[in-house]
Write a protein that binds this ligand. Structure first.
Ligand code: DGL
Length: 274
Protein backbone atom coordinates (compact mmCIF):
# COMPACT_ATOMS: atom_id res chain seq x y z
CA UNK A 1 0.00 0.00 0.00
CA UNK A 2 1.21 3.52 -0.78
CA UNK A 3 2.38 5.49 2.22
CA UNK A 4 1.37 9.07 1.48
CA UNK A 5 3.31 10.36 4.49
CA UNK A 6 6.64 9.72 2.81
CA UNK A 7 8.54 12.95 2.08
CA UNK A 8 8.91 14.83 -1.18
CA UNK A 9 12.49 15.00 -2.44
CA UNK A 10 13.69 18.22 -4.03
CA UNK A 11 17.10 19.01 -5.41
CA UNK A 12 18.84 22.06 -6.82
CA UNK A 13 22.40 23.14 -7.47
CA UNK A 14 22.26 25.25 -4.28
CA UNK A 15 19.90 27.68 -2.60
CA UNK A 16 17.87 28.82 -5.62
CA UNK A 17 15.56 25.81 -5.53
CA UNK A 18 14.24 27.11 -2.22
CA UNK A 19 12.00 29.40 -4.33
CA UNK A 20 10.34 26.21 -5.60
CA UNK A 21 10.20 24.69 -2.11
CA UNK A 22 8.58 27.92 -0.85
CA UNK A 23 5.73 27.58 -3.36
CA UNK A 24 5.34 23.86 -2.57
CA UNK A 25 5.06 24.62 1.15
CA UNK A 26 2.43 27.30 0.37
CA UNK A 27 0.26 24.86 -1.58
CA UNK A 28 1.06 21.67 0.33
CA UNK A 29 1.86 22.68 3.92
CA UNK A 30 1.35 19.16 5.30
CA UNK A 31 3.96 17.50 3.14
CA UNK A 32 7.30 16.51 4.63
CA UNK A 33 10.18 17.72 2.48
CA UNK A 34 13.82 16.79 1.98
CA UNK A 35 15.84 19.39 0.11
CA UNK A 36 19.29 18.75 -1.32
CA UNK A 37 21.41 21.73 -2.43
CA UNK A 38 24.55 20.65 -4.25
CA UNK A 39 26.44 23.68 -2.97
CA UNK A 40 29.90 22.15 -3.44
CA UNK A 41 29.42 21.85 -7.20
CA UNK A 42 27.34 24.90 -8.11
CA UNK A 43 26.81 26.68 -10.41
CA UNK A 44 25.21 24.21 -12.80
CA UNK A 45 24.22 26.93 -15.25
CA UNK A 46 27.66 27.29 -16.81
CA UNK A 47 28.47 23.56 -16.93
CA UNK A 48 28.15 21.05 -19.76
CA UNK A 49 25.07 18.87 -20.18
CA UNK A 50 27.17 15.78 -19.48
CA UNK A 51 28.34 17.11 -16.11
CA UNK A 52 24.89 18.33 -15.03
CA UNK A 53 23.36 14.94 -15.93
CA UNK A 54 26.01 13.15 -13.85
CA UNK A 55 25.33 15.42 -10.87
CA UNK A 56 21.56 15.02 -11.26
CA UNK A 57 21.83 11.21 -11.17
CA UNK A 58 23.95 11.38 -8.01
CA UNK A 59 21.52 13.80 -6.35
CA UNK A 60 18.57 11.54 -7.18
CA UNK A 61 20.35 8.43 -5.85
CA UNK A 62 21.03 10.27 -2.61
CA UNK A 63 17.41 11.36 -2.07
CA UNK A 64 16.10 7.90 -2.95
CA UNK A 65 17.81 6.54 0.17
CA UNK A 66 15.18 8.46 2.17
CA UNK A 67 12.23 6.70 0.60
CA UNK A 68 10.85 9.81 -1.12
CA UNK A 69 7.50 9.46 -2.87
CA UNK A 70 8.12 12.05 -5.59
CA UNK A 71 11.18 13.90 -6.87
CA UNK A 72 11.09 17.56 -7.85
CA UNK A 73 14.04 18.73 -9.91
CA UNK A 74 13.86 22.36 -8.82
CA UNK A 75 16.90 23.50 -10.78
CA UNK A 76 16.00 24.78 -14.25
CA UNK A 77 19.40 23.82 -15.66
CA UNK A 78 19.18 20.26 -14.29
CA UNK A 79 15.56 19.98 -15.49
CA UNK A 80 16.51 21.26 -18.93
CA UNK A 81 19.21 18.69 -19.57
CA UNK A 82 18.69 15.69 -17.30
CA UNK A 83 14.99 14.95 -17.01
CA UNK A 84 14.77 12.39 -19.85
CA UNK A 85 17.78 10.51 -18.42
CA UNK A 86 16.37 10.55 -14.87
CA UNK A 87 13.00 9.29 -16.16
CA UNK A 88 14.75 6.39 -17.90
CA UNK A 89 17.08 5.60 -15.01
CA UNK A 90 14.65 5.83 -12.05
CA UNK A 91 11.15 4.50 -11.61
CA UNK A 92 9.75 7.00 -9.07
CA UNK A 93 7.41 9.82 -10.15
CA UNK A 94 9.45 12.93 -10.92
CA UNK A 95 8.87 16.36 -12.32
CA UNK A 96 11.05 19.27 -13.36
CA UNK A 97 10.32 22.97 -13.65
CA UNK A 98 10.38 23.37 -17.43
CA UNK A 99 7.12 21.80 -18.54
CA UNK A 100 4.91 23.63 -16.04
CA UNK A 101 6.43 27.02 -16.93
CA UNK A 102 6.22 26.29 -20.65
CA UNK A 103 2.56 25.29 -20.43
CA UNK A 104 1.63 28.39 -18.40
CA UNK A 105 3.43 30.64 -20.88
CA UNK A 106 1.67 29.01 -23.82
CA UNK A 107 -1.68 29.71 -22.15
CA UNK A 108 -0.75 33.30 -21.24
CA UNK A 109 0.54 34.62 -24.57
CA UNK A 110 -1.87 36.58 -26.72
CA UNK A 111 0.46 37.55 -29.56
CA UNK A 112 2.29 34.20 -29.78
CA UNK A 113 5.69 35.64 -28.83
CA UNK A 114 7.35 34.28 -25.68
CA UNK A 115 10.73 35.13 -24.17
CA UNK A 116 12.72 32.75 -21.98
CA UNK A 117 15.46 33.86 -19.62
CA UNK A 118 17.74 31.42 -17.82
CA UNK A 119 21.30 30.23 -17.39
CA UNK A 120 23.57 29.66 -20.37
CA UNK A 121 23.10 25.88 -20.22
CA UNK A 122 19.30 26.14 -19.94
CA UNK A 123 19.06 28.48 -22.93
CA UNK A 124 21.56 26.44 -24.97
CA UNK A 125 19.51 23.29 -24.35
CA UNK A 126 16.38 24.88 -25.94
CA UNK A 127 14.35 22.80 -23.46
CA UNK A 128 11.75 25.55 -22.95
CA UNK A 129 11.47 26.16 -26.69
CA UNK A 130 10.88 22.45 -27.34
CA UNK A 131 8.31 22.22 -24.53
CA UNK A 132 6.41 25.28 -25.82
CA UNK A 133 6.55 24.15 -29.45
CA UNK A 134 5.21 20.73 -28.45
CA UNK A 135 2.08 22.49 -27.17
CA UNK A 136 1.84 25.01 -30.01
CA UNK A 137 4.38 24.90 -32.87
CA UNK A 138 3.26 28.32 -34.16
CA UNK A 139 4.54 30.21 -31.13
CA UNK A 140 7.78 32.18 -31.56
CA UNK A 141 10.19 31.58 -28.66
CA UNK A 142 13.22 33.77 -28.02
CA UNK A 143 15.82 32.73 -25.44
CA UNK A 144 18.19 35.04 -23.58
CA UNK A 145 20.82 33.88 -21.06
CA UNK A 146 21.21 36.23 -18.07
CA UNK A 147 24.23 34.83 -16.20
CA UNK A 148 24.80 37.87 -13.98
CA UNK A 149 21.33 37.60 -12.42
CA UNK A 150 22.36 34.65 -10.19
CA UNK A 151 25.23 36.43 -8.37
CA UNK A 152 23.16 39.64 -8.10
CA UNK A 153 20.36 37.77 -6.34
CA UNK A 154 22.80 35.97 -4.06
CA UNK A 155 24.30 39.35 -3.18
CA UNK A 156 20.80 40.52 -2.26
CA UNK A 157 20.80 43.34 -4.85
CA UNK A 158 17.23 42.78 -5.92
CA UNK A 159 16.21 46.34 -6.80
CA UNK A 160 19.60 47.99 -6.96
CA UNK A 161 20.47 50.44 -9.78
CA UNK A 162 23.14 48.00 -10.95
CA UNK A 163 20.56 45.22 -11.21
CA UNK A 164 18.16 47.43 -13.19
CA UNK A 165 21.01 48.41 -15.49
CA UNK A 166 22.09 44.77 -16.03
CA UNK A 167 18.46 43.78 -16.60
CA UNK A 168 18.13 46.60 -19.15
CA UNK A 169 21.17 45.29 -21.02
CA UNK A 170 19.94 41.68 -21.10
CA UNK A 171 16.28 42.37 -21.76
CA UNK A 172 16.23 45.20 -24.30
CA UNK A 173 16.37 42.84 -27.27
CA UNK A 174 13.44 40.83 -25.87
CA UNK A 175 11.46 44.05 -25.50
CA UNK A 176 12.28 45.00 -29.07
CA UNK A 177 11.17 41.54 -30.16
CA UNK A 178 7.68 42.45 -28.89
CA UNK A 179 7.23 39.44 -26.62
CA UNK A 180 4.12 39.63 -24.41
CA UNK A 181 5.12 36.79 -22.03
CA UNK A 182 8.43 36.16 -20.29
CA UNK A 183 9.33 32.92 -18.52
CA UNK A 184 11.57 33.30 -15.46
CA UNK A 185 13.50 30.13 -16.30
CA UNK A 186 15.91 30.05 -13.38
CA UNK A 187 15.44 29.39 -9.68
CA UNK A 188 16.81 32.80 -8.71
CA UNK A 189 14.74 35.00 -10.99
CA UNK A 190 11.47 35.11 -8.99
CA UNK A 191 13.37 37.36 -6.56
CA UNK A 192 14.00 39.80 -9.42
CA UNK A 193 10.37 39.98 -10.51
CA UNK A 194 10.00 43.64 -9.68
CA UNK A 195 13.25 44.69 -11.42
CA UNK A 196 12.43 42.61 -14.48
CA UNK A 197 8.86 43.93 -14.66
CA UNK A 198 10.19 47.49 -14.41
CA UNK A 199 12.44 46.93 -17.42
CA UNK A 200 9.93 44.95 -19.49
CA UNK A 201 6.93 47.17 -18.72
CA UNK A 202 3.46 46.20 -17.51
CA UNK A 203 2.42 44.85 -20.90
CA UNK A 204 4.62 41.79 -20.45
CA UNK A 205 3.35 38.93 -18.30
CA UNK A 206 6.00 37.22 -16.16
CA UNK A 207 5.68 33.46 -15.69
CA UNK A 208 7.13 32.13 -12.46
CA UNK A 209 8.22 28.52 -13.04
CA UNK A 210 8.37 27.93 -9.27
CA UNK A 211 4.66 28.73 -8.77
CA UNK A 212 3.62 26.72 -11.80
CA UNK A 213 5.68 23.72 -10.68
CA UNK A 214 4.13 23.74 -7.20
CA UNK A 215 0.63 23.54 -8.76
CA UNK A 216 1.80 20.65 -10.87
CA UNK A 217 3.27 18.85 -7.85
CA UNK A 218 -0.12 19.12 -6.11
CA UNK A 219 -1.93 17.86 -9.20
CA UNK A 220 0.45 14.92 -9.62
CA UNK A 221 0.27 13.90 -5.96
CA UNK A 222 -3.54 14.08 -6.12
CA UNK A 223 -3.71 12.00 -9.30
CA UNK A 224 -1.33 9.40 -7.88
CA UNK A 225 -3.17 9.24 -4.53
CA UNK A 226 -0.01 10.35 -2.75
CA UNK A 227 -1.22 13.49 -0.96
CA UNK A 228 -0.47 13.60 2.77
CA UNK A 229 -3.84 14.29 4.36
CA UNK A 230 -2.78 13.80 7.97
CA UNK A 231 -3.00 17.49 8.92
CA UNK A 232 -6.61 17.86 7.76
CA UNK A 233 -7.78 14.82 9.75
CA UNK A 234 -6.90 15.99 13.25
CA UNK A 235 -6.97 19.18 15.29
CA UNK A 236 -3.55 18.47 16.76
CA UNK A 237 -1.40 19.62 13.90
CA UNK A 238 2.24 18.64 13.97
CA UNK A 239 4.78 20.62 12.00
CA UNK A 240 5.94 18.52 9.07
CA UNK A 241 9.59 17.52 8.98
CA UNK A 242 11.73 19.72 6.73
CA UNK A 243 15.27 18.59 6.26
CA UNK A 244 18.02 20.24 4.30
CA UNK A 245 21.18 18.64 2.95
CA UNK A 246 24.08 20.47 1.38
CA UNK A 247 27.33 19.21 -0.11
CA UNK A 248 29.48 22.09 1.21
CA UNK A 249 29.55 23.66 4.67
CA UNK A 250 26.02 24.81 5.66
CA UNK A 251 26.82 28.40 6.83
CA UNK A 252 26.14 30.25 3.56
CA UNK A 253 23.07 28.14 2.85
CA UNK A 254 21.62 28.88 6.28
CA UNK A 255 22.35 32.60 6.02
CA UNK A 256 21.09 33.19 2.48
CA UNK A 257 18.49 30.47 2.30
CA UNK A 258 15.96 32.22 4.51
CA UNK A 259 15.78 35.07 1.96
CA UNK A 260 14.84 32.57 -0.75
CA UNK A 261 12.50 30.53 1.43
CA UNK A 262 10.95 33.41 3.35
CA UNK A 263 11.42 31.63 6.67
CA UNK A 264 14.23 30.52 8.92
CA UNK A 265 16.06 27.36 7.91
CA UNK A 266 16.89 24.73 10.48
CA UNK A 267 18.39 21.25 10.30
CA UNK A 268 20.98 21.63 7.57
CA UNK A 269 23.35 18.67 7.27
CA UNK A 270 26.47 18.47 5.18
CA UNK A 271 26.53 15.25 3.20
CA UNK A 272 28.91 13.44 0.90
CA UNK A 273 27.19 12.18 -2.22
CA UNK A 274 29.99 9.76 -3.01
N1 DGL B 1 19.58 26.59 -10.05
C1 DGL B 1 20.09 27.10 -11.31
C2 DGL B 1 18.95 27.15 -12.33
O1 DGL B 1 17.78 27.25 -11.99
C3 DGL B 1 20.74 28.46 -11.14
C4 DGL B 1 22.04 28.43 -10.35
C5 DGL B 1 23.12 27.60 -11.03
O2 DGL B 1 23.57 27.97 -12.13
O3 DGL B 1 23.51 26.60 -10.44
O4 DGL B 1 19.21 27.10 -13.50
Amino acid sequence: MKNEKRPLGIFDSGIGGLTVLKEIIKLLPEEETLYLGDTARLPYGTKSEETVIKYSIENTRFLLKYNIKLLVVACNTASAVSLPVLRKEFSLPLIGVIEAGARAATKATKNGRIGIIGTETTIRSSAYTKAIKSVNPDITVIGQPCPLFVPLVEEGWLNDDITISVAGRYLTSLRNDRIDTLVLGCTHYPLLKSAIQKVMGDGVRLIDSAEETASEVRELLTNLGLINLSGSESDTKTTPVRRYFVTDVPVRFEEQGSRFLGEKIYKVDKVDLG
